[in-house]
Design a protein around this ligand. Structure first.
Ligand SMILES: Cc1cc2nc3c(=O)[nH]c(=O)nc-3n(C[C@H](O)[C@H](O)[C@H](O)COP(=O)(O)OP(=O)(O)OC[C@H]3O[C@@H](n4cnc5c(N)ncnc54)[C@H](O)[C@@H]3O)c2cc1C
Length: 448
């Protein structure tokens, strides 16, 4: 480690080659070179860095695994990156309480491996192997949220360091609480702009007795979406309900060497307590998808088959990146009410065609949360932005949200007032009250 300035009293790196790695995010969006990277291993380190930041008036950008997609981690000036990936101890797993308490740098797959020893699972699954701190700070959700909810539903308590140096415990490790203002939930999704999370207690869920994964191909996008929406209306034990379009399937085949039919498809997980219930669920799904013209139905039952199927789905973004070398990527993540899902997918597809863009559509259809991935170069950036803007405006017009899960970051600030109206002023007041000197991830979510 090297430091060329009078930094905080923990390991810090200021080498240009290292700092250059923090200039762009996963989508290729770029910021400026940060002042340095400080590596924290726990509460004391965070307190020391926060005190130093206050004294020197240096803004901090907390960082987990660095997988966020909306410019959350990009520096705009001389911010110091506070890397929390090494604060990675699993402090407690309590099977009797169905909870785990971890430091923020623990990744979701590590927690799942540890919880699995007790027959339990941590269900929030954004695909990327993100940290629990980063996932809480972005209110991450993913393939399993249709059944288990996202981070806000699964974090029961937090410890956090505020800009003035106060350490607070927010929430309690209980199933429900009606006590006081819910400050824990305020921090979830706050993207490191209000406090630094130094510990989390999260819910664990029993691993179900029977798991089956089903992949179904359809003749058209509309048929796949309509089948998914019909499933939502029935009491099926579905824990994942994902849509991928033809371009997405083709990209997966290219990257993974699979030979899936290149057609719109649904990826579904069924979780049940018995083989009989699983069979009943499969029969019902079979009935629905055939009524919508399904052309191929494949069931994966073994752990290996299921793992391969979901790995294919999870690698989708990288498969699409590999298909368009030399491009950067816009990823929309609007969410709309269930009744407008078909409309949202249809609108995105039509707009992409009209604008001549090589888009692909996929996403957590069970949550009404659809991603459109738009590869772009400098030459067609204005058209890509026009597309992304139209998709967000459409979602807002039908009662949806600009971001179902990736967050506002830098990229979507301009939609905040259209979505929240005067509540944006309350958000700005909260930011100012908790971080009056703008030391915590400034410029993200809100300009204050
Ligand atoms: C291939 C791919 C697929 C993805 N799919 C999904 C998906 O399905 N659902 C989804 O929700 N997201 C998805 N994402 C986005 C990303 O994985 C999530 O946003 C994730 O929650 C970020 O976690 P992280 O550890 O990488 O955090 P980082 O990217 O490091 O940080 C994210 C934000 O959290 C803040 N932060 C980090 N740690 C702390 C802390 N301890 N205290 C306070 N603030 C902190 C940072 O300042 C930043 O604002 C995907 C990303 C990729 C690359």
């Amino acid at each position: 480690m090297t430091t060329s300035f009078d930094g905080p009293p923990i390991p810090i790196d200021t080498r240009a080659a290292v700092l250059d790695q923090f200039v762009a995010d996963e989508t290729g969006r770029r910021g400026s070179r940060p002042r340095g990277v400080a590596y924290a291993t726990g509460l004391d380190d965070v307190l020391a860095v926060m005190a130093w930041a206050r004294d020197s008036r240096t803004p901090l950008i907390p960082r987990g695994a660095g997988t966020s997609l909306e410019g959350h981690l990009l520096a705009r000036g001389d911010e110091l990156i506070l890397d929390l990936a090494q604060a990675d101890s699993i402090l407690d797993i309590s099977p009797a309480d169905f909870t785990a308490t971890v430091q923020p740098g623990v990744t979701r797959t590590r927690l799942n491996t540890a919880a699995g020893e007790f027959g339990l699972q941590f269900t929030v699954d954004p695909g990327a192997d993100a940290t629990l701190g980063g996932m809480a700070a972005t209110n991450a959700s993913g393939t399993t949220s249709v059944r288990y909810g996202g981070m806000r539903a699964n974090v029961v308590a937090l410890q956090a360091v505020f800009a003035d140096g106060r350490v607070m415990r927010l929430g309690r490790a209980v199933r429900k609480s009606a006590s006081g203002y819910d400050l824990k939930s305020l921090l979830i999704g706050s993207a490191g702009t209000l406090a630094i999370i130094t510990e989390l207690t999260v819910r664990l869920h029993p691993i179900p007795e029977c798991l089956a994964s089903v992949r179904i191909s359809f003749p058209t996008v509309a048929a796949a979406v309509d089948a998914a929406v019909e499933m939502l209306g029935l009491a099926l034990p579905v824990s994942r309900l994902e849509f991928v379009d033809t371009a997405s399937v083709a990209a997966i085949n290219d990257l993974r060497g699979t030979r899936y039919a290149e057609a719109p498809a649904l990826f579904i997980d069924l979780e049940t307590g018995s083989a009989a219930a699983a069979n009943a669920g499969e029969r019902e799904i079979d009935r629905i998808v055939r009524a919508h013209g399904a052309t191929a139905i494949t069931v994966a039952r073994t752990h290996t088959e299921r793992h391969a199927l979901w790995e294919d789905r999870h690698r989708l973004f990288f498969a699409l990146k590999a298909r368009s070398p030399g491009h950067r990527f816009l990823v929309t993540d609007t969410a709309v009410p269930c009744s407008r899902i078909a409309d949202a997918v249809g609108t995105a597809t039509r707009l992409g065609d009209e604008l001549g863009l090589d888009i692909s559509v996929a996403g957590h259809i069970g949550d009404g949360n659809v991603h459109v991935v738009v590869p772009y170069t400098d030459a067609n950036l204005p058209v890509a932005l026009q597309f992304s803007d139209a998709v967000v405006r459409h979602a807002l017009a039908v009662g949806g949200t600009a971001s179902g899960e990736h967050g506002i970051g830098l990229a979507k600030k301009k939609y905040l007032r259209d979505e929240h109206g005067a509540a944006v002023d309350v958000m700005a007041g909260l930011k100012h009250a908790l971080d009056p000197h703008g030391l915590l991830n400034p410029g993200k979510i809100l300009d204050v």
